[in-house]
Design a protein around this ligand. Structure first.
Ligand SMILES: Cc1cc2nc3c(=O)[nH]c(=O)nc-3n(C[C@H](O)[C@H](O)[C@H](O)COP(=O)(O)OP(=O)(O)OC[C@H]3O[C@@H](n4cnc5c(N)ncnc54)[C@H](O)[C@@H]3O)c2cc1C
Length: 384
């Protein structure tokens, strides 16, 4: 089967990219290995203004039910009582939004299925990537069906089969840490405020899903990973201790998921007519909730390729600028997050005093705070 574009993976990135390319009048084929399994995962995403604008352009934003606007964001150092905090308010600058992945995937899926330019085939097992000619690959499934297009976009998430097949490697950064992800219900309202506290053990994010519910991401450096603390039975007590009762009684909702933390950036975002997008190309530390946002920035850059007058659509170099630019941007974003994580984890008392002093200075400076939030809302790009 031949289309203009073949997208492998119907996650948030694959489906958003398909809708965006359809707006450029391209015929798109999406190949997915297991849509039911993929869309049954429910994650909580923080969404930046830049990402919101993309969702608006592909007419998804206004159909989401779960969006919660963050009214305040507080960055804390070591303790909830600490006077040295930085507090961002949405009346100064829009901070961002919290949304549920199940809501986003279900709206995207409906749009994709209704779009005349897009065809989605589920339950496809890729068998091999075949070299059609010197600049083009095509895909063969285990049923021996051949899928080809002017371009193949890999939106396969973390474990890309295509990348393995054509031997593209990742530059991997092992954070030597574990992440614990779960939701909590709180007795007191969170007033739609997000919190990020930097402890010696690692950063903890509190993302307000609703007035009395937070999505939690606890990152713990392995040397501090104590199974007596980070288990479902004891986490409530630990959180009560950290928050100093700020949210009243805390209950853990559902399961506590944990996974090892590592970041990576692909050696190359493009090889011949294959282009890597989203988690297929990169992954960052979860401390700022940027993973999905960086992938959505990739889509914005891919869309821009059509406005460049350098190569014709069909030329294998058409997305070269995307590949070069996003590799740099995502690598810089990863480095920025690593720097923050490393800096805040230092235990030297001089550094601690410096951090405290710096934070109280920033907190008094609305101009600086506005710029920090703007930068986050541009998905950490230094190019804008
Ligand atoms: C617990 C957790 C919490 C997170 N929280 C946040 C957050 O708060 N904010 C944020 O911005 N990011 C967050 N992220 C990161 C975010 O989830 C990812 O960046 C995002 O899901 C990437 O989307 P994607 O479409 O690239 O990949 P995925 O969501 O992984 O989708 C890949 C799709 O491709 C399919 N697929 C894979 N291989 C093949 C194949 N060979 N053939 C056919 N189909 C294939 C899969 O079935 C799936 O449907 C979080 C990640 C985790 C793990």
């Amino acid at each position: 089967m031949k289309k203009d574009i073949v997208i492998v993976g119907a996650g948030v990135i694959g489906m958003s990219l398909a809708l965006s390319l359809s707006q450029r009048d391209k015929k798109v084929l999406i190949l997915e290995k297991d849509i039911k399994k993929s869309h049954s995962i429910n994650r909580i995403y923080s969404i930046s203004n830049k990402s919101k604008n993309l969702f608006k352009e592909i007419e998804v934003w206004n159909e989401l039910n779960s969006v919660n606007e963050i009214k305040n964001m507080v960055i804390l150092y070591r303790s909830f009582e600490d006077k040295n905090n930085i507090s961002f308010r949405s009346d100064l600058q829009k901070i961002g939004f919290i949304a549920q992945s199940s809501d986003i995937t279900s709206v995207l899926y409906k749009k994709v299925m209704a779009d005349k330019n897009i065809e989605l085939i589920d339950k496809v097992n890729l068998k091999s990537i075949i070299e059609r000619d010197e600049n083009n690959y095509e895909i063969e499934s285990s049923e021996s069906d051949i899928y080809s297009g002017d371009y193949i976009f890999s939106c396969e998430g973390t474990n890309s089969f295509i990348k393995d097949q054509i031997s593209i490697n990742n530059l991997i950064k092992d954070y030597d840490s574990k992440a614990f992800v779960f939701n909590i219900q709180t007795e007191k309202s969170n007033n739609n405020s997000a919190y990020q506290i930097f402890l010696e053990n690692g950063p903890i994010a509190f993302l307000p899903v609703s007035e009395n519910e937070f999505s939690m991401v606890i990152s713990v450096r392995n040397k501090f990973n104590d199974s007596n603390i980070y288990c479902k039975e004891n986490l409530t007590q630990y959180l009560n201790q950290i928050t100093n009762g700020s949210f009243g009684e805390i209950d853990i909702l559902g399961e506590v998921i944990n996974f090892n933390l590592f970041g990576y950036n692909s050696d190359s975002y493009k090889h011949k007519n294959i282009v890597f997008v989203g988690d297929s190309a990169h992954s960052v530390h979860p401390l700022a909730g940027m993973g999905l946002n960086l992938g959505l920035s990739d889509i914005i850059e891919i869309y821009k390729a059509f406005d460049l007058d350098i190569y014709k659509f069909g030329d294998h170099r058409f997305f070269d600028k995307y590949a070069r630019k996003q590799k740099i941007i995502n690598s810089q974003a990863r480095q920025q997050l690593e720097l923050i994580e490393r800096f805040y984890s230092l235990e030297n008392s001089l550094i601690k005093n410096l951090v405290g002093f710096g934070m109280s200075k920033i907190n008094k400076n609305d101009f600086l705070k506005k710029n920090i939030v703007n930068h986050a809302n541009q998905n950490l790009s230094l190019f804008n």
